[in-house]
Design a protein around this ligand. Sequence first.
Ligand SMILES: C[S@@+](CC[C@H](N)C(=O)[O-])C[C@H]1O[C@@H](n2cnc3c(N)ncnc32)[C@H](O)[C@@H]1O
Length: 250
Amino acid sequence: MIRLIPGQLINYSKLIIHQVYCLQRRQVAKFSGQTYTELIKENTLETRDHLTPEISLRLITPRSRLWTAREHQLPFPDPFWAFYWPGGQILTRYLLDHPSVVNGKCIVDIGSGCGASAIAAKISGASKVTANDTDKVAVEAIALNAEINQVDLNTSTENLIGKCQDEWDVVLLGDMFYDDNFADVIGSWVPELSERGKTILIGDPGRYSFERHPLKNNLCRIYKHKLPENCLKENNGMTHGFVWKYCPRE
Ligand SMILES: C[S@@+](CC[C@H](N)C(=O)[O-])C[C@H]1O[C@@H](n2cnc3c(N)ncnc32)[C@H](O)[C@@H]1O
């Protein structure tokens, strides 16, 4: 049985097994006949039981039938978007509590997942928000969640990591340091973004791949918040989430 809860991914050995497993089953054809939107609606529940109850999200929760599903029962290849990751929760809380950070600005949320941080940016007055996730099911889920919360977002499945668009003011990275290789890719991209004048905000609950990364030397911690109870249960050993801003030392 595989439970695709974020907590499983904290254990590095399990993460490797999980990633290999996901690579082996990158097909969804057996559930053909239904659109992704229909599948998402059928297999998720709307919930506000997280750190940002202002935002309602369709997620796989303990009350969902997929919470304890076996792998062959999963209609989606790798539904990271169906969970609200602690790093995303903390970043979203920060944006809702500090709207001036995004108000009137153009925002891109990389690895948007369920879209919560992007939705928060829009609620907080951002002029334009792009929720970016390379998983095409994720962007369908984001569109549904945006509709539930009555905000207009742009979505994109392009791999934007390594790229930079002039219009971006703020780049959001919620819980994107979940594995060493990926952390290295993002870690070398962040300074390039900063050189192009972008503000980079990172939400993270103290993951190993983040804490060990040299990028940390050039980050300032700007926010700390206790994680909610259900998040603590799913993310064994983590107690708080943090928001970091890239502030290169002279
Ligand atoms: C750990 S989840 C975080 C989701 C969300 N930010 C949150 O905190 O709840 C990572 C997300 O990154 C997405 N992702 C992975 N590689 C990506 C890439 N190159 N560009 C954009 N998104 C990517 C995954 O599909 C997944 O939804």
